[in-house]
Design a binder for this molecule. Structure first.
Ligand code: HEM
Length: 444
């Protein structure tokens, strides 16, 4: 059955009921400052850069400056050439000494062929097929979380729901006892939220983190995670189970194994990368839908809604672009969009700018739930480093929407959302919602 809000013939031909204007913010914002993002993404600034200076030089107060790449096709051009644009010297803005790079190296800071070899070892559980086996688990965890919230007219969505699902799932995947899940996620938040005083005492641009420069995210919290991982690795070696960690410690078909340091780094990366990214995508998706109640109503009334959710998930992923940028370092002199890039220069792909480039997306500032094509850069398009957890994140988002559609008639933002202080992660850390639950509970 056709659904006018979802069978939009082309982005741009929107329904006024859903066509809410996006706040584009300041067009002269400081894109390096973490404080800038407390007010949201400065889309107007990225639009100006795309138009006037698409590969622009940006000075940093605490660094050696970088090239900001803001157009979609230029981002892809960087992404496709790891032999020129290397990940090995760091993937965030921070400048690191060779010693720091070496100590903190995870799969993310490797180039081919080392990257290819390690990725092969860890990728099996994350293929679409590997992830399919978690569908029932994700559904049951999601239902548990929603059962606890069901009936409450006001819910802080991030704390009560969005934080809980990836946290519990990751705990299960890594084979961590449920009781340790909360502790682990607090550690993950302290690492990836290392610029927000709510999450860490070691705010990198405000305190002296030099003593911790050899640790992931310059944070002593990484040591706690290393210790925890060491215990877990030992346990899984002596007593393997069906979890991801057991699969990773086991020798591969050709006898290859991951070293202890690789395993500990991978564990820490999972706790940092696999948690808050999905959480913040969920929050951004719900914030977008809350502003467009006609979409939710149309979906609820649509008997074909399950089929429409995957496209909606992709639009939420584009809209939220939770990891706003990733950096590379030029390892040879080269050219990009007419600019001379010198060996050693930092080159930063602003995924959040690419995802709103009208050269790639019609009406980019409109939330188009059935957008097609929707080749967003949110997981790092055409990159050897394409997000390993992409299928898992998609699964979590899809199931959350399916389950919420069964239970929630309508919802709206009921208070002021709060954002993470970070130029790296776009995160709504608190989203107060008013919800009307379906009377008599979900039809399950
Ligand atoms: C919406 C949620 C997520 C977003 C937006 C996201 C984003 C990204 C991006 C952009 C990259 C590429 C980094 C680069 O180009 O250097 C990446 C890599 C990665 N992600 Fe995700 N991620 C998400 C969820 C997850 C989850 C759930 C997991 C694990 C359970 C995960 C694990 C990883 C790992 C291990 C890598 C490194 C892959 C490699 O270097 O080969 N991510 N992610």
């Amino acid at each position: 059955m056709p659904n006018p809000l979802f069978d939009t013939p082309a982005p741009g031909a929107g329904d006024p009921a859903t066509d809410v204007e996006l706040d584009l913010g300041d067009d002269r914002a400081d894109i390096v400052s973490h404080d800038t993002y407390l007010r949201g993404v400065p889309h107007a600034t990225f639009a100006r850069l795309r138009r006037d200076d698409p590969v622009s030089w940006v000075d940093e107060p605490d660094g050696r400056g970088f090239w900001a790449v803001t157009r979609y096709h230029d981002v892809l051009a960087v992404s496709r050439r790891p032999e020129v644009f290397s990940s090995a010297q760091g993937i965030r803005l921070e400048d690191m000494t060779p010693e720091e790079c070496e100590a903190r190296r995870t799969i993310m800071e490797m180039d081919p062929p080392q990257h290819t070899a390690v990725r092969r070892l860890v990728s099996r559980p994350f293929t679409p097929r590997g992830v399919q086996q978690y569908e029932a688990l994700v559904r049951s965890l999601t239902r548990d979380v929603l059962d606890a919230a069901e009936g409450s007219p006001a819910v802080e969505f991030v704390g009560a729901i969005a934080r809980q699902i990836p946290l519990r799932l990751l705990g299960r995947l890594l084979g961590v006892p449920d009781a340790d899940g909360e502790w682990l996620v607090e550690r993950g938040d302290a690492l990836i939220g290392n610029t927000d005083p709510e999450f860490t005492d070691f705010v990198v641009d405000r305190t002296d983190t030099d003593p911790y420069r050899l640790l992931p995210f310059r944070s002593p919290v990484a040591l706690e995670l290393f210790d925890y991982a060491e215990g877990l690795i030992g346990e899984r070696r002596s007593c393997p189970g069906g979890d991801l960690m057991s699969a990773l410690v086991a020798p591969m078909a050709d006898g290859e194994v991951l070293t202890d340091l690789q395993l500990k780094n991978f564990f820490t990366l999972m706790v940092a990368a696999g948690n808050d990214t999905t959480r913040y995508s969920m929050a951004a998706g719900m914030a977008a839908l809350a502003e467009r109640p006609a979409l939710w109503a149309a979906l609820r009334a649509d008997p074909d809604r399950v089929r429409r959710i995957p496209a909606l998930v992709e639009e939420i992923l584009r809209w939220s672009t939770v990891t706003m940028h990733f950096r590379r370092t030029a390892v040879a002199d080269t050219e990009l969009a007419g600019r001379r890039i010198r060996r050693g220069d930092k080159v930063v792909m602003w995924y959040v700018a690419a995802n709103f480039d009208d050269a790639a997306f019609g009406s980019p500032y409109r939330f188009v739930p059935a957008r097609d094509p929707n080749d967003h850069t949110t997981f790092g398009r055409h990159s050897a480093h394409l997000c390993l957890g992409a299928h898992l994140a998609r699964l979590e988002l899809r199931i959350l929407l399916e389950e919420l559609l069964e239970r929630v008639e309508a919802f709206s933002v009921d208070g002021t959302p709060e954002r993470l202080r970070s130029n790296f992660i776009a995160g709504i850390k608190r989203l107060p919602l008013a919800l009307s639950w379906q009377r008599g509970g979900a039809a399950r």
